[in-house]
Design a protein around this ligand. Structure first.
Ligand code: FES
Ligand SMILES: [Fe+2]
Length: 397
């Protein structure tokens, strides 16, 4: 009788130990796996959602807030992130163009105009990679990855010299795939900067976020030149959340999260700085759509957040943040940082999703960096981009 009880006790102990071990493994996996948060245009403080409008009304409301002629061209010239290397799919939309993105057998990524020049089938929907070519799903024409030339038509004796599809200049850097867009068809004028630690694998990928925002592309980088908004949008304690309607919650009042020109973040409690949570951030804007946020912490080391803005259509921006962090730092640290960054970013999204673009804003002298930023940003437009069809030829504009 006594032995029987002892056996039962042993089984229970073993069972519980196994459960604890499995739970531990699960938690470990959860902590180590890169995080992936994706938010639709309706997730963050979007006015039409609160008034129960449908998608179509939502689009029209967005466009009505931006009066025709009062906004800059929709697609500045430059590099845009299209996809993540680890997430390579055949189809993508950027900037307002349907694309077919693929990796040929030789390993090089190519980006084609998605519609086949033969009869217009979408190469991204059912197209197949054959060696160094992309094969159209409709009649099997094959287009060469490097220059888009048609090299095979299965039922023809000869391939005409002029048979080719448009190839967008592209590159793969820091774990992301980019395309070059220039409204005048000019080849890339500069390169996407390499982040040495990311490419060498010293810093590893720990997570990403993705947001869709209904605003003009220029408004997103302009935020960095708008120092006055830091006090109102980003200063309240980050755990107070992203909803700007609830700025009166006790969390917002008790803690203050201070940002100094995107250079230094610190946490204060009742006016006193809390030691050990200072984070130095250096924001580098690269072209019209890429921002490199390098940060450094005395204890938690270094890392980078790559922010990419991609105009998927006029007044609809896809914004992604990818965090890479020193591989020796526990993954939970960069994941928390990304989470805090997301809350701060969503406070801006809350504003962007409901604001209009002011062509001649009422700026005071303290706002002068905004004017300087606009002058700097204007270099990414040319005469032709001012005459871009989405502004002039559609019924809604
Ligand atoms: S439409 Fe592509 S091969 Fe005919
Ligand atoms: Fe901001």
């Amino acid at each position: 009788m006594w032995d029987h009880d002892a056996d039962r006790w042993t089984y229970w102990t073993l069972g519980i130990a196994l459960l604890v071990f499995l739970a531990h493994l699960f938690l470990l996996r959860l902590c180590c796996r890169p995080s992936d948060v994706r938010r639709s245009p309706y997730d963050v403080g979007y006015l039409p959602r609160r008034t129960h409008c449908g998608d179509w009304d939502t689009k029209n409301l967005t466009r009505r807030r931006h009066r025709r002629g009062s906004i800059p061209p929709h697609f500045p010239n430059g590099w845009y992130r299209v996809l993540d290397s680890r997430d390579l799919r055949l189809t993508a939309l950027c900037p307002g163009e349907q694309l077919a993105v693929f990796r040929a057998d030789e390993g090089q990524v190519s980006i084609f105009h998605a519609y086949c020049p033969h009869l217009g089938a979408n190469l991204a929907m059912g197209g197949k990679v054959r060696g160094n070519c992309l094969e159209c799903p409709f009649h099997g024409w094959r287009f060469r990855a490097e220059d888009g030339k048609c090299v095979e038509i299965p039922y023809a004796r000869k391939v005409p010299e002029f048979a080719r599809t448009k190839v967008w200049p592209s590159c793969e850097m820091n774990g992301l795939i980019y395309m070059w867009y220039h409204c005048d068809g000019i080849e890339p004028e500069w390169n996407v900067p390499k982040q040495e630690e990311v490419v060498s694998g010293e810093w590893v990928f720990r997570g990403r976020t993705e947001h869709y925002i209904t605003a003009h592309i220029q408004e997103i980088p302009e935020n960095a030149a708008d120092f006055a908004h830091l006090q109102y949008v980003h200063t309240p304690f980050v755990l107070g959340g992203a909803n700007l309607q609830y700025t009166c919650s006790w969390l917002w009042r008790t803690f203050r999260h201070c940002s100094l020109m995107n250079v230094e973040h610190s946490l204060t409690f009742c006016g006193r700085k809390i030691p050990g949570v200072d984070l130095k951030v250096q924001a580098r804007q690269v072209g019209p759509a890429l921002v490199y946020l390098n940060f450094k912490h005395p204890v938690f080391g270094q890392g980078i957040i790559l922010q990419c803005v991609t105009p998927v259509e006029p007044l609809l921006q896809q914004v992604t943040h990818h965090i890479y962090y020193k591989s020796t730092i526990p993954p939970i640290i960069p994941k928390i940082l990304l989470h805090l960054e997301r809350i701060q970013f969503e406070r801006d999204v809350y504003i962007w999703n409901n604001k209009t673009y002011m062509k001649t804003p009422l700026l005071i002298s303290e706002d002068s960096p905004i004017g300087r930023h606009r002058r700097w940003y204007s270099q990414f437009y040319t005469e032709k981009s001012k005459r871009s069809p989405p502004q002039q030829n559609t019924l809604e504009w």
